[in-house]
Design a protein around this ligand. Structure first.
Ligand code: SAM
Length: 201
């Protein structure tokens, strides 16, 4: 029996990611990614937004920022923002986010899908609707959708994922294709939602 709505979680990976030379690095968390991606997750009914960084100082900084938005005065000032930011969990590694999801989802194994601008056909790509079909047939297994920062996810993460989503391709004649991660998140949210709406028809 197919589940109607997918259990989707989003992970924004700050480390390890690639820098422009392809070297493994850790990037800094940005305020815009925290707020805007939380709103997309809330709007599209995702169950959690993991910010993944192994750097303790970044956890400390983010903890302070989120602490403000958890306060009663912030809730009164902007309840919608408070509501979206409640989805955020800070974790050190992708494995930690997988464990947290498995615990919340009564021990169900987590499916992992990755995104990237430069994935190639022979990486074994799936379209959003194929991913949603696979999730619907996986008997309620949750999905963790991973996005990179810097110059994208490292190859070990891309290769070990269960699914690699087809990249978003623009129409610039010179092939320019450099979306912000926030824009990429919003586009994939709509693609996945569209696939779920169509499967309900
Ligand atoms: N060149 C990098 C890459 O290959 O992913 C761009 C990094 S971009 C600033 C950060 C993240 O946004 C990527 O890791 C990916 O998750 C997402 N992203 C950006 N543009 C994308 C696109 N055209 N297709 C799919 N994902 C994209």
């Amino acid at each position: 029996m197919k589940e109607r709505k997918a259990n989707i979680y989003l992970g924004l990976v700050h480390g390890p990611v690639k820098n422009k030379y392809g070297k493994e690095v850790t990037t800094s968390v940005t305020n815009l990614d925290v707020h805007d991606i939380a709103r997309s997750c809330r709007t599209f009914g995702f169950k959690g937004y993991f910010i993944i960084t192994p750097v303790w100082a970044q956890h400390d900084l983010l903890g302070k920022m989120l602490g403000y938005w958890e306060s009663d005065s912030a809730n009164l000032y902007n309840p919608d923002r408070h509501d979206a930011l409640k989805l955020i969990k800070l974790v050190n590694t992708i494995e930690e986010s997988v464990c947290a999801i498995r615990e919340r989802e009564e021990g169900r194994d987590v499916l992992v899908a990755v995104t990237g601008a430069n994935f190639q056909e022979d990486d074994g790509l799936v379209e959003a609707h194929e991913l949603m079909e696979a999730v619907a047939e996986a008997n309620g297994r949750p999905l963790l959708l991973l996005f990179g920062t810097g110059h994208g996810l490292v190859s070990s993460i891309v290769e070990s994922a269960d699914y690699r989503l087809t990249p978003i391709v623009g129409l610039a004649e010179d092939g320019y294709n450099h979306l912000s991660v926030r824009s990429a998140v919003a586009i994939y949210c709509e693609r996945l939602a569209c696939a779920q709406r169509n499967s309900d028809k």
